[in-house]
Design a protein around this ligand. Structure first.
Ligand code: AHR
Length: 502
């Protein structure tokens, strides 16, 4: 398969917001307990945080993390998670039919995020919660001192306020499964009033309103229009969520879901433009794609479990064993986010540890990186800068969910500060090697600085505690710059990160 491509220095899409590479972690399953927090684990620090997990997290250079849910937040009382640990109540978590011990709350999580060097993006409960509860929480978390709520925080040993300015106004409020689910107008009004109160407390707060839970919801995309018409002037982002599966083992159709996601982003961008025009506003609300991932391998079994089990504490839940095909998918989805970084300003992989996650652990045992860790890490480390539009001429295919899907998927990021261009390339073809010939315009003297590759694995192959690094990037070969062109032969079903010094 011959691929002709053009990369031009001036064809800039947008400067990527670093928060495109954020993550999400929820109080569910073993994400917190047994994931990031396990006092007594051989690697635990003085706060009970697992050191092995912390190192894998640090290596991802995550800019921001959404917490504490997710469905969990919609019946969560943040006050249960503060104060002396032995006085904290054990509660029933309605979302996942589990017991929540509240041994980790905002102050513990804040310490973990601080140690990991990650900013927090906190969600307030707009399911069973109220505007009043939300404003008290923000004051507890962010106000320096001398008021009831800030002094309460100090009395809990957290002298300095947490530096948080991203707030999610509830979670998936369109979903009938959500505790406290609401109609669009009803939610839009509540979000608007809550947004005004939170911005009253912090003029610089960035507020994220709930969009649809996914693009297959019966109320999508009317939900977005109705909600935004209520709160457009007072919010900064609208959230998108989408999870992906390939139960039919149709690899090309699976990859076609990335194009479908492009249409989802385009549709919501259109709704934003519509409401912006209707409001005669000069502000453009951004997209915050704050839950995305592959989720299907054990979803059916999990659903049966959590609907029937007897309120266990930190049960194994959504512990997907990601395979090589999932890694290729995640690489492609990140490419789509880079290409749409003009509208998608923030995105968060869901989730981070154990629950549909790039990092897995065993209680009392090792931690390991699943296959999807690697494309996420590559994008986070090397995908910062200006997204460039790459013109790609090559064969395409049609599948159930999309038409004209490119076999060759390329995104490009120019980091002018470092003088580097990074190309993220997926050859989705099942059998054919891609012969790439890319003209590099405006990058005279470009030279190859790095080539990492993931290739040659069975699509169903996974990493495991016994073989934790079976699937990981290797140094690549067969790609080089000649006469101002990047040329190379890229194997079928392969992922490449090519960095050029420019
Ligand atoms: O990430 C798992 C769940 O998926 C979240 O709790 C919810 O927001 C979504 O439906």
């Amino acid at each position: 398969m011959k691929i002709a491509a053009d990369l031009h220095r001036e064809f800039k899409i947008s400067t990527i917001d670093d928060r495109l590479y954020s993550a999400f972690i929820e109080h569910m399953g073993r994400a917190i307990y047994g994931g990031i927090y396990e006092p007594g684990h051989a690697t635990a620090d003085e706060d009970g945080f697992r050191g092995d997990v912390m190192q894998f997290v640090k290596d991802l250079r995550i800019p921001a993390i959404r917490y504490p849910g997710g469905n969990f937040v919609s019946a969560y009382d943040w006050e249960d998670g503060v104060g002396p640990k032995d006085k904290r109540p054990v509660r029933l978590d309605l979302a996942w039919r589990s017991k929540e011990t509240n041994q980790v709350g905002i102050n513990e999580f804040g310490r973990w995020a601080e140690k990991a060097g990650i900013d927090m993006m906190l969600a307030v409960n707009l399911g069973t919660g109220t505007l009043q509860k939300a404003r008290e929480y923000v004051e507890y978390v962010t106000y320096p001192g001398g008021t009831y709520w800030s002094d309460l925080r100090k009395s809990h040993g957290q002298e300095k306020p947490w530096d948080v300015n991203m707030w999610c106004l509830g979670n998936e409020m369109d979903g009938p499964w959500q505790v406290g689910h609401k109609e669009a107008k009803e939610y839009g009004r509540l979000a608007d009033e809550t947004a005004k109160a939170l911005r009253g407390l912090d003029r610089n707060a960035e507020l994220i309103v709930c969009g649809s839970s996914n693009d297959q919801m019966p109320t999508y995309p009317e939900w977005e229009r109705e909600v935004l018409e209520e709160c457009y002037d007072n919010v900064d982002y609208i959230s998108l969520h989408k999870y992906f599966g390939n139960s039919s083992h149709d690899t090309l159709n699976f990859f076609g879901k990335i194009e479908e996601t492009g249409r989802y982003i385009q549709a919501i961008a259109g709704v934003i433009d519509y409401v912006q025009a209707k409001k005669r506003s000069k502000r453009q609300v951004g997209i915050c794609f704050d839950e995305w991932n592959v989720w299907y391998h054990i979803r059916g079994q999990d659903e049966k479990n959590w609907k029937s089990w007897d309120w266990p504490e930190a049960p194994a839940l959504l512990e997907e064993d990601y395979n090589f095909e999932d890694a290729l998918f995640v690489a492609g989805l990140l490419n789509e986010f880079i290409r749409r970084s003009d509208r998608v300003r923030i995105a968060a992989i869901a989730q981070l540890v154990n629950v549909i996650a790039p990092i897995r652990t065993l209680n009392g045992g090792p931690a390991w990186r699943t296959t999807i860790y690697w494309p996420y890490q590559m994008a986070s480390l090397y995908g910062r800068g200006d997204a460039l539009n790459v013109a790609v001429d090559g064969p395409t295919y049609d599948c159930e969910v999309s038409s004209d899907v490119r076999y060759m998927d390329i995104s490009a990021v120019h980091n002018t500060g470092e003088g580097m261009v990074t190309l993220f390339i997926v050859n989705r073809h099942l059998t054919e090697t891609a012969e790439l010939d890319m003209r590099l315009t405006g990058f005279d003297g470009a030279s190859l600085a790095m080539h990492k590759v993931m290739e040659g694995h069975d699509l169903r192959a996974t990493n495991s505690p016994d073989q934790p690094d079976a699937i990981a990037p290797q140094d690549g070969s067969g790609v080089g710059v000649e006469d101002g062109r990047l040329k190379g032969k890229l194997a079928p079903l392969s992922y490449h990160v090519v960095r050029l010094k420019v």
